[in-house]
Design a binder for this molecule. Structure first.
Ligand SMILES: N[C@@H](CCC(=O)N[C@@H](CS)C(=O)NCC(=O)O)C(=O)O
Length: 221
């Protein structure tokens, strides 16, 4: 069986979501570089894989996919028996619905404000772009309100969808990691008692630590 291919730098939050999923599932993969500083993600060849000109792109034999969350679902569905078998629950309808619910919360409520903060506070300075103070303030407030909901939920359950680590928790790792480690707004997570406890637990999973190691490897992008 040929290893699946992931295109993009591990520093990218969307790429790192796919990598975390592959490590959890113990699925072999090949990481192929995309030099975004040279605009390679907008090259005609890359656009055949990812028509929006973003990373990651993904290939499994003749199948090619884009959108990190859809790529993860594909991996979870294709390899139910490999690695962590319970990222989508143990077959209980309510448990699965709860995972889907918190996955939607990640994509619809958590991701928009946290992505703005990640871009404005972590990436804009590295790219020598001017920060938008108004966007930072607005999205910090928005994210705070979202995390207040998480704080209440995580006061009731160990993880978002219940008492087991799931794909819903995994999907939050990339932006949480950047906010805690690459901005001065980490307190948004760490100063909330239950969110802080949850963050500490999910970020110390061996799968995520491997992703961080890849990000910290020179020339990892
Ligand atoms: N919803 C997409 C988002 C992909 C995305 O925004 N990728 C960023 C890097 S994290 C990117 O390629 N940015 C370059 C650009 O948009 O030009 C996913 O989850 O795959």
């Amino acid at each position: 069986m040929a290893a699946v291919k992931v295109y993009g730098p591990p520093m990218s939050t969307a790429v790192s979501r796919v990598l975390a999923c592959l490590f959890e599932k113990e699925v072999d993969f090949q990481l192929l570089p995309v030099d975004m500083s040279k605009g390679q993600h907008r090259s005609p060849d890359f656009l055949k894989l990812q028509p929006f000109g973003q990373v990651p792109a993904f290939q499994d034999d003749s199948i090619s996919l884009f959108e990190s969350r859809a790529i993860c679902r594909y991996i979870l569905d294709k390899y139910p028996e490999k690695g962590n078998k319970f990222l989508l629950g143990k077959g209980d309808l309510l448990e699965r619905a709860s995972i889907d619910q918190w996955l939607e919360a990640e994509a619809q409520s958590f991701n928009p404000p946290s992505s703005v903060l990640v871009f404005q506070l972590a990436f804009a300075p590295r790219m020598k772009l001017k920060q938008d103070e108004n966007a930072i303030q607005k999205n910090e407030e928005k994210l705070g309100k979202v995390l207040d909901v998480y704080e209440r939920r995580l006061g009731e359950t160990r993880f978002l969808a219940g008492d087991e680590f799931s794909f819903a928790d995994l999907s939050h790792l990339p932006n949480c990691h950047c906010i805690v480690n690459a901005t001065d707004r980490g307190g948004l997570l760490t100063e909330r008692e239950n969110v802080g406890r949850w963050w500490k637990e999910i970020s110390s999973r061996p799968s995520w630590m491997k992703v961080v190691e890849m990000q910290n490897t020179p020339k990892a992008g």
